[in-house]
Write a new protein. Sequence first.
Length: 274
Amino acid sequence: MNTKKKDIIGLDFWSAFGKKLVQYLEMKSGLRVLDVGTGGGACLIPAAKIIGSSGHAIGIDRWENCITETLENLKSNLLYNAKAEIMDARELTFDDNSFDYVTCGFIGFSDVFDFQNHKYRKENDKMNHILRVLKTDGKAGFSTWQSQGELDYLRKLLQDYLGKYTSKTKEEISKVPTSYSKETTKGFEKILQDVGFKNINVFSEDFIIRYVNLDEWFNVMKRSGWILREYLGSDEKRYADFKEKMLPHNLETFKQKDGSYHFVKAVIFAFGTK
Ligand SMILES: C[S@@+](CC[C@H](N)C(=O)[O-])C[C@H]1O[C@@H](n2cnc3c(N)ncnc32)[C@H](O)[C@@H]1O
C-alpha cells in the first residue's frame, strides 16, 4: 500500500510529473541531458533549469508540433542551454556515451512489452538506444502510467450506460478498452534489467488530480477518454444523454466539500544506471 502523503495537482499534471522525475534524478549543474519523447518539454524544461548555462539539454520527439511547442516553451522560459529536434526514439542518432542523464516521460513501452502477460512483443530498440547513448555511470529516469482513476471510472460508467440504454451485448460491452496503456513496476524492472541497467529502482506514487467542477471533468473525459467518442460518436445529443443519465450521482464519492472532484493517478517512476 502507498502510504505517502499524496500531492494534489490540477490539470497541468504533465509538468508536475516532469519536475518530479527530474528531482528524483538529482541532476548536477554543467551536465548533458537527453529528454526522449519530450512532448511539450515537461522534463526538458526543469532539467535545463537545473543544469544551468554550463550544461546542455536536448529534447527529441517524433512529432514536429511537439518540437515547435517545446522550442516556444524554452524561449518563454529564457532557456538558451537547451534545444529540441525531431527524432525517433527507436533510432537515436547520437554517438554512444553522449549523455550524463536521460529522461523519458510517458512515451510508453507497451508496444514492445506486454505488461499484462509479462512478455516481449518485439525487440526493445528504444531502451537499447537509451542505454547506448548514456555515458558509463550515467543515469536514466522513466515515468509511465500504473493507473488513471478517472479514465478507469469513465470506462465503468460507459459500460453501465451501454448495458442499460443501448442494445450492445454483454460481450461487446466487456470489450470496451481502457483508454490508455497500463504498465507495471514488475514489467519495468524486467525491461531495465534485460537491457543491462544497474542500480535499478522502480516504484509507484499516487497523485490526486483535482477537477474544479463536473463540467471540467466531463470536458477532459471527452478529449482524453477517446472511448466516449468511439462508442457515442460525435453527436453532442448523445453526450448530453450520457451526462444526464450517468452524472452527477455516480460521481458523489469523488466530490469534495468545495465542489471539486478528486481522482487518483498512479505513476510509475523507474531509474537505472549504465
Ligand atoms: C504522453 S507524451 C509525454 C510527453 C513528455 N515526455 C511528458 O512527460 O509530458 C509522449 C510523447 O512521446 C513521444 N513519443 C512516443 N514514441 C516516440 C518515439 N518512438 N520517438 C520519439 N518520440 C516518441 C510522443 O510523440 C509524445 O510527444
